[in-house]
Design a protein around this ligand. Structure first.
Ligand code: NAG
Ligand code: NAG
Ligand code: NAG
Ligand code: NAG
Ligand code: NAG
Length: 169
């Protein structure tokens, strides 16, 4: 009986190993994503090639503080992409979050020129329109429903950070 159980376990284990070697693990789902249906690109178009180029190189454009941006191509086929990690997320987690998002978002939005996806650790957006600056549409509020242990202290820190953002040029 013991031997049988042992053999079964070994067999199960080797199947797992085999699968790990041959099957790419799927990217986790976004907390929220949106495919903008305003304009679609056609399969194998220049836009699609520019999108692929942009997304594969985007993770190498770290500004040094978890912000990434890259534009590829010209005119109607120009793709603007950007990504942002949460400020407290370390660079390895950030990179792994970006690797997931650049695969997952075009998979979920296979036709759209513009899309945005939010993980807990990072967000990714791309569009044929300019995406940096203050002309942001469709801003999303995601609420973390956990309560701060010290509400006053948390609020003071938060207000300090928000005021810093307001003073940013
Ligand atoms: C874009 O493609 C999606 C399917 O992926 C479709 O639902 C949508 O209607 C298309 N939008 C336009 C403007 O063609
Ligand atoms: C982006 O694509 C949409 C839909 O094809 C188009 O109407 C718009 O003019 C494009 N914007 C730019 C900057 O090319
Ligand atoms: C896109 O290109 C690939 C490889 O060149 C081809 O197999 C596929 O049929 C093309 N798809 C479309 C929709 O043209
Ligand atoms: C975006 O990337 C360009 C280089 O491709 C750089 O010049 C620019 O400063 C970046 N913008 C921000 C806001 O980091
Ligand atoms: C957070 O605090 C509110 C009261 O301010 C309470 O109603 C809620 O249940 C708390 N949530 C959690 C997750 O503890």
């Amino acid at each position: 009986m013991f031997i049988l159980a042992g053999k079964f376990f070994l067999c199960f284990f080797s199947i797992l190993m085999y699968e790990n070697n041959t099957i790419t693990l799927a990217q986790p789902n976004f907390i929220y994503y949106h495919c903008q249906n305003a304009g679609n690109y056609t399969k194998n178009s220049t836009y699609q090639r520019n999108l692929e180029t942009s997304l594969s190189a985007l993770p190498n454009t770290n500004s040094g503080f978890g912000f990434y941006n890259l534009s590829t191509g010209n005119g109607n086929d120009r793709v603007n992409s950007m990504a942002l990690c949460r400020g407290d997320v370390d660079s390895n987690l950030c990179r792994s979050c970006l690797s997931d998002s650049v695969v997952k978002l075009p998979e979920l939005c296979p036709d759209q020129r513009e899309a945005i996806g939010y993980y807990d650790n990072c967000l990714l957006k791309y569009s044929n329109e300019t995406i940096l600056g203050y002309n942001q549409q469709g801003l999303m509020v995601l609420v973390n429903i956990q309560n701060a242990t010290d509400r006053d202290r948390f609020t003071r820190s938060m207000m300090g950070l928000l005021m810093l953002i307001n003073n940013f040029p």
